[in-house]
Design a protein around this ligand. Structure first.
Ligand code: HEC
Length: 130
């Protein structure tokens, strides 16, 4: 288990149960009845986000402007960040068609607790806009 992955779920640990499967290095977290895969957020970031926001989250400037997610106060609202990923925002594609609700929440929780961000509240599927 990578420390980074563990850190990304620390806020969840305050009020959730951590299950270590036997011999399985993956860390899973239960919120209510839903099982969240703590490593999924990082995997989703790599597959869906880093192409534009870069592996270090610092974004890029070139043909387009891809904002840095590093220490970004605009991620302060869990709900607004979920909305951005769900519906897109100008040059940012909407992920509603490509990701499950739980996956959107996982990747949002990942970016809000990595890249120098340390927001304590946790996004949930109830933040997904209708
Ligand atoms: C095709 C390129 C692209 C991909 C892929 C992409 N984004 Fe973005 N993202 C953008 C652009 C461009 C913006 C700026 C939108 C604007 O404000 O006009 C943005 C904005 C954002 C913002 C708001 C940041 C701010 O300062 O306003 C967040 C949060 C965000 N993206 C997260 C993600 C996450 C999480 C993923 C993966 C699920 C992702 N993005 C995938 C291009 C992308």
């Amino acid at each position: 288990m990578q420390i980074r992955n563990f850190k990304s779920v620390l806020p969840l640990l305050l009020f959730t149960t951590v299950l270590f499967a036997d011999g399985d290095p993956q860390l899973s977290v239960t919120i209510g009845s839903r099982l969240f895969d703590a490593t999924a957020g990082e995997e989703l970031y790599k597959s869906s986000c880093q192409g534009c926001h870069m592996p270090d989250g610092k974004g890029a400037q070139g043909a387009g402007m891809y904002p840095s997610l590093v220490k970004n106060v605009r991620l302060m609202s869990a709900k607004a960040t979920v909305e951005t990923v769900t519906n897109g925002l100008r040059g940012m594609p909407a992920f509603r068609e490509y990701l499950e609700d739980a996956q959107i929440v996982e990747v949002v929780n990942y970016v809000r607790t990595n890249f120098g961000n340390n927001f304590k509240d946790v996004a949930s599927v109830s933040d997904i806009p209708k």
